[in-house]
Design a protein around this ligand. Structure first.
Ligand SMILES: [Zn+2]
Length: 210
């Protein structure tokens, strides 16, 4: 049995991705006092690294989409036929919104530490405001926001850098071709010494009555 991948290893694994200036520029916060709206900062060894404001922008875009998907999930489920330009030109039926919700939650769960995930769950998944979270976790306001920023940065990075199927850019996630169904993405595939994964069988995420 394969040992579960630690979040720290995962970040190491994906942090080799190269970011283009045009991408960071488009995402950077214009008023950012660290990158001055450029989205890149000088990093170790003279290599530029994306600014935290870029990661937060990515997280927020993904989170907004998550909320949108989650709010309509009970009523409408968009089943779409996705072209699968793999070997046999087969198409697959996918439930994009459910897939996205599952991926968003799963990636977050696996990336964050236990402590970070508790805050993430209260604030982002259950919608508790900072006052409630601070009381529940015994934090002051400043610490709460500091932690929330760190979580947004950490997740924003992984949402973009995760290989081979990143959550961001969202249009590629939702409309891109060549993606495998959710079971494959949810496996959190990181480069390992293993042989390439074989084809996965697609299953609909059928809800069961409690
Ligand atoms: Zn910045």
């Amino acid at each position: 049995m394969q040992a579960p991948t630690k979040a720290s290893e995962l970040v190491d694994e994906v942090s080799k991705m190269e970011w283009s200036r045009s991408e960071t520029l488009a995402l950077a916060q214009q008023s950012c006092s660290h990158c001055y709206g450029l989205g890149l900062r000088p990093g170790r060894g003279g290599v530029s690294t994306p600014c935290n404001c870029v990661f937060r922008a990515i997280f927020r875009a993904c989170y907004a989409r998550f909320r949108q998907c989650a709010s309509k999930e009970k009523y409408i489920s968009r089943v779409s036929l996705e072209a699968n330009p793999g070997r046999q030109r087969k198409s697959v039926w996918g439930m994009k919104n459910e897939e996205y919700i599952a991926d968003f939650c799963l990636i977050s769960r696996r990336t964050l530490s236990e402590y970070e995930y508790t805050l993430f769950k209260f604030h982002y998944l259950l919608g508790a405001d900072w006052k409630l979270c601070s009381r529940k976790m015994n934090l002051d306001r400043g610490t709460f926001f500091h932690e929330a920023y760190r979580i947004e940065q950490k997740l924003g990075r992984i949402f973009r850098e995760l290989q081979p199927y990143a959550l961001f850019p969202l249009d590629e996630y939702f409309n891109g071709s060549g993606r495998q169904p959710v079971v494959a993405t949810s496996e959190f595939r990181v480069k390992t010494e293993q042989a390439p994964m074989t084809r996965k069988i697609f299953k609909f995420p059928v809800k069961r009555a409690a």
